[in-house]
Write a new protein. Structure first.
Length: 323
């Protein structure tokens, strides 16, 4: 609805008229019709990785790939002991990370299945409690301390209303909200007559008109950008760069030693096999296991403090935070 894109600059009576609503809210039939019409706007949770995708992700780091190559070289050199040891370490490291992340994902899914957020709305002139996913543009919602705002709203009435907008604007302190009309060019953080999806009422109470839901909201626009591939953490970047450095050093040393052996007139096959054996010996075979064990230990300690770690590599970033 383009005519409500700057709803904070409209009087409440005009906003109600534009949304074909009234102070007593929508009828039940009209709300159901709008819910069907706007169902495509609802924010959908990011699709979870399948079990196979999650398992495969554990074996995609450069160091793991180097170790797999080393295992292949060891097998080529007829060294079954080294081959078995390297593969066992890689498998143990990958399975440990897979088990930890899969357990965390299952715990989060269980929590989301239990918790269902509802909103108090006016339907047919009476107060009703409905799931936030069933709130539609034109609904009149009743909000009080502790409630989550179910959409982008224009205030109709308010009393001592303070809202925590940290999730959207980063504002540290609760923001006071009052009724009124604001200039059309008011920045997001200065729209004191508006409430936004995902923010929380800290104190006071209000009656508000829902103008936008789901992907049309300010939070929905941000959420859409976050659906992209999660950014690489500093820890992952460091491990990746170390893996590439290790690969470069190994290749340079192997080529140099092979060239020296050939220059000294040693048999080419013997020089080649010696260079391959050196490449296997240079690989940090225990490094992936050490990394996985330490990250899993950190995840376990955080679980004791009732914190779920969905992605092991994020622990290092969390530890670098300042509060």
């Amino acid at each position: 609805m383009s005519h409500t894109s700057s709803f904070w600059s409209s009087p409440s009576a005009e906003a109600l008229k534009q949304l074909d609503s009234g102070p007593k809210g929508l009828s039940g039939d009209e709300a159901r019709r709008r819910h069907l019409r706007d169902a495509h706007l609802l924010l959908k949770p990011k699709s979870r990785l399948s079990t196979y995708e999650l398992l495969f992700r554990q074996f995609t780091s450069p160091i793991i790939l180097i170790l797999l190559a080393a295992a292949g070289l060891a097998f080529f050199l007829a060294d079954p002991t080294d081959t078995a040891i390297i593969l066992l370490i890689v498998l143990a490291s990958g399975l440990l990370g897979f088990w930890q992340e899969r357990s965390a994902n299952q715990a989060v899914a269980s929590l989301l299945a239990i918790v269902q957020v509802k909103a108090d709305v006016l339907r047919d002139g009476s107060q009703a409690s409905v799931p936030v996913d069933e709130v539609v543009p034109g609904d009149v919602v009743l909000l009080r301390a502790g409630d989550t705002v179910p959409g982008d709203c224009l205030l109709l009435e308010s009393k001592d209303l303070f809202v925590d907008e940290a999730t959207l604007t980063g504002e540290t302190y609760p923001v006071e909200k009052i009724c009124g009309v604001l200039p059309i060019d008011s920045p997001l953080a200065r729209r004191t007559n508006s409430l936004f999806l995902g923010t929380h009422v800290v104190s006071g109470n209000s009656t508000a008109l829902v103008v936008h839901i789901g992907s049309d909201t300010e939070f929905g626009k941000v959420s859409g950008r976050l659906q992209l591939r999660p950014p690489e953490t500093e820890f992952e970047r460091g491990i990746r760069q170390f893996g590439y450095l290790l690969l470069e050093v190994t290749v340079v040393l192997v080529v140099a030693i092979f060239a020296v052996n050939v220059y000294l007139a040693r048999p080419v096959l013997e020089a080649f096999l010696f260079s391959l054996a050196l490449a296997v010996g240079l690989t940090p075979q225990l490094l992936p296991a050490i990394i996985s064990i330490n990250l899993a230990h950190g995840a376990k300690r955080m679980a004791q403090q009732k914190v779920i770690v969905k992605r092991l590599a994020s622990i290092e970033n969390f530890g670098s935070m300042t509060v």
